[in-house]
Design a binder for this molecule. Structure first.
Ligand SMILES: Cc1ncc(COP(=O)(O)O)c(C=O)c1O
Length: 352
């Protein structure tokens, strides 16, 4: 605390990211990173971009990446916005589209950056409780609002909404923007990008951090109708004209073009997730039906917090949230098969 802090700084309640230990002695199953390496083509493109041209600013419009994303999803270039991680894209979205007179709606159990951005930008909010099964019930969103945002699949539950439900939500909510945060969409749920041309108030946000193994590059994007994208561009150009570096732009473009690698990694993670879910159930866990690269599971024989600490002592990091309704769950990122075998064997020992 300091006398030099602005009032706004005093009022903030910043996001706390999952631990990123400096040594590599841990099996890291706590921040939903992809256990598989990025596409070799992406790494080569990043390498090739690291030359004397770094003295020049990068392309402020990230044209090459914008085009690669537009081609991949079959949309126009002016329907794509890219940013420094989807967190930055989300931040611009909050200011550009979700700061309204009516409150912004989001689930009570959801991505914990939403309340942080709301507070930072002075946005009124109303949280909508998940149902008893920790699912989003779209009927609960039929009230006056200045916007709606939720992850699909939701985090940290991993539970996905069907595309038909998102369409019903959009039919019933035409006067404010609906943001679908699809950070984990590629692990088994259906993207809402196909609805973008039909609904002028739909914005879909995705990231290269999860399914494309590029969390360290920091690239995210949004797809929506051109007017929504223009709003994001206006905020971006009032904040930082060059959110992506040269290597980020070409690396992410090469990654999205390498569909073979992407399909392989996502397929592996989905398969391992099914196996781990079954094994956890055999060990007495209540495991939610995840369509993400993590599972959310409640142990029956031990408190979640105790188990989190015991796993940490054994060199395995998972995520524990001391929040109401979910303080008895652990969020476990899906790692490689070897990592998950070690995790399951360690669990067995702790629980025996
Ligand atoms: C639901 C959700 N949205 C967005 C993000 C941000 O991802 P990034 O900024 O790495 O693109 C995360 C990160 O964990 C997330 O869980």
């Amino acid at each position: 605390m300091s006398q030099f802090w602005s009032q706004r700084v005093h009022e903030l309640d910043p996001y706390v990211p999952g631990e990123q230990p400096k040594d590599s002695q841990y099996i890291k199953l706590n921040t939903n990173e992809n256990p598989y390496p990025p596409s070799k083509k992406a790494l080569q493109a990043i390498h090739n971009a690291s030359d004397e041209r770094l003295r020049l600013y990068s392309d402020p419009n990230s044209e090459a990446l914008n085009t690669a994303i537009a081609n991949y999803y079959g949309v126009q270039n002016n329907q794509v916005f890219v940013g420094n991680g989807s967190d930055e894209v989300l931040a611009h979205t909050f200011v550009a589209l979700l700061k309204q007179d009516q409150p912004l709606l989001y689930p009570d159990i959801s991505y914990s950056f939403y309340p942080v951005y709301s507070r930072l930008f002075g946005i009124k909010t109303k949280t909508i409780p998940l149902n008893e099964q920790l699912e989003i019930n779209i009927k609960d969103y039929q009230c006056d609002n200045g916007g709606i945002i939720f992850p699909n699949p939701n985090a940290p539950t991993g539970i996905a909404l069907a595309l038909e439900d998102i369409q019903i939500l959009l039919e019933n909510n035409t006067e404010s923007v609906v943001v679908v945060d699809e950070a984990y969409i590629d692990f088994g749920a259906e993207t809402a990008i196909s609805l973008v041309d039909q609904y002028p108030n739909l914005l879909v946000i995705q990231t290269f951090s999860k399914s494309r193994s590029l969390a360290g590059l920091r690239v995210g994007f949004a797809i929506g109708q051109a007017e929504l994208i223009e709003a994001l561009e206006r905020i971006k150009n009032s904040f930082n004209s060059y959110p992506l570096g040269r290597a980020d732009i070409v690396g992410a473009a090469a990654a999205i073009e390498d569909k073979t690698h992407f399909d392989y990694c996502c397929g592996q993670i989905i398969q391992t997730r099914q196996y781990v879910s079954e094994q956890l159930r055999l060990l007495g866990f209540d495991v939610l039906d995840s369509k993400a690269n993590f599972v959310f599971a409640k142990p029956s024989k031990i408190a979640a917090k105790t188990l989190y600490l015991r796993l940490k002592e054994c060199g395995i990091l998972v995520r524990y949230f001391a929040y109401p309704r979910i303080d008895n769950y652990l969020r476990i990122t899906i790692g490689t098969d070897d990592e998950m075998q070690t995790f399951l064997q360690t669990l067995q020992k702790i629980l025996s």
